[in-house]
Ligand binder design. Structure first.
Ligand code: NAD
Ligand code: MN
Length: 358
């Protein structure tokens, strides 16, 4: 039988809670499918390790992960450690170390979940946002100078490379082509940012020209926020820079009803290195240890992981089980207006898996 080697890094706060639930569901999905098994190895990296060793992961952490087929990641962030430390030293260290340059976030309303938009508008949300995940505004290039003086400056320089823009745009085109509407929105701000963003537009135009079946639209990022709220049905697949897509994808998850639902893949489309899949939410200290974290984001994440590893039918079966559970509306965690625990939702999804014919 095919065996998928998965590294599970729960991380901090509710991360380990939802990843443990996700691992149970992965095992149950594999059993229902019958064609593969998941070999899951746990890594206790994160803020607890940082407090004792001063490191979020061991020095050879990337080497330890290298041989896995995929990484299933919870969240990082602790009240007593600066966020830029927990983020850069674990999550971003993996994204950058494995060149996971495409951050892919699907968004849609799950059955019976209502977002903040009017019902008929909310139901039009069916998007995939593709975020450039390796350079741009978050390249880490910049500096501070002349501290304390009237001429003091602080700069974050947005870095766009031809290779970097080409590869993210190509990945977005491939995703758009795989979807029924074959529609891609290239988000930009080339009216105001006349160097890097004009370059981005030019490079994207060159790539999209190679996909004649795609309908391609160019939209400025500020107008894009309005479109997502006012005309969600005009959006399908979106490609945007690291900063712009960071903001647009948080807006997307808010419009989908709860932070506890959303899923993301940090993908290396070349497949030379493992990709990393994570629910979009953070460590949520306010509910840690209470047993009420919504595990559905981790389950959606697990479905993306399975699809990436070539088990698309199993991924669809898992999403169908998730939708069966939300659709009944009876077993939901408090963030979705219910009273169920993480464990109860997990049991309900596992029970629903048996009833799905894939
Ligand atoms: P958060 O996502 O942790 O929590 C925001 C709110 O949403 C909280 O009220 C929380 O209880 C709720 N929430 C989040 N996930 C939930 C779930 N699965 N079920 C039910 N409710 C859920 O964001 P925050 O409070 O801004 O950040 C807390 C910490 O997490 C910070 O240290 C931040 O840096 C970190 N963070 C990490 C990631 C990541 O690891 N990718 C993402 C966002 C935030
Ligand atoms: Mn964000």
């Amino acid at each position: 039988m095919r065996r998928l080697r998965i590294a599970a890094i729960g991380g901090d706060g509710i991360g380990p809670e939802v990843i443990a639930a996700g691992c149970r569901v992965l095992a149950a999905t594999a059993a229902a499918d019958g064609g593969f098994a998941c070999d899951i190895q746990d890594f206790d990296w994160g803020s607890a390790m940082y407090r004792t060793t001063g490191q979020m992961m061991p020095a050879d952490g990337l080497r330890q992960l290298e041989g896995f087929d995929a990484i299933f990641f919870g969240a990082v962030g602790a009240p007593d450690i600066p966020d830029h430390v927990t983020l850069w030293e674990l999550r971003l260290a993996i994204c950058q170390g494995f060149d996971q340059y495409a951050n892919v976030r699907p968004t849609r309303l799950l059955p019976s979940v209502t977002g903040p938009l009017r019902e008929e508008l909310g139901r039009q949300i069916d998007w995939v946002i593709v975020r450039e995940n390796s350079e741009g505004e978050y390249a880490g290039v910049g500096g501070r100078a002349h501290r304390g003086l009237p001429i003091e400056v602080g700069m974050d320089v947005a870095v766009f490379t031809r290779a970097g823009v080409e590869r993210i745009c190509r990945h977005a085109c491939e995703i758009a082509m795989s979807r029924p509407r074959k529609h891609l929105t290239v988000v930009t701000k080339s009216n105001a940012q006349r160097h890097g963003m004009v370059f981005w537009d030019e490079v994207c135009a060159g790539v999209t020209a190679q996909y004649p079946e795609l309908t391609v639209e160019k939209v400025l990022v500020d107008a894009m926020t309005a479109r997502m709220v006012m005309q969600p049905g005009r959006v399908d697949t979106v490609v945007a820079t690291n900063l712009h897509a960071d903001i647009l994808s948080d807006l997307a998850s808010a419009l989908a009803g709860s932070l506890g639902i959303g899923a993301t893949g940090n993908i290396d489309p070349s497949r030379k290195r493992p990709s990393m899949f994570e629910p979009i939410h953070g460590s949520a200290f306010d509910i840690t240890g209470k047993g009420i974290a919504n595990p559905l984001g981790a389950f959606w994440t697990a479905a993306m992981l399975l699809e990436h590893l070539g088990e698309a039918a199993a991924g669809r079966r898992l999403m169908a089980a998730v939708e069966a559970v939300t659709g009944r509306g009876a077993v939901l965690t408090p963030d979705l207006g219910g009273t169920a625990t993480t464990a109860a939702v997990t049991d309900a999804v596992i029970a629903a898996l048996a009833g799905i014919n894939a």
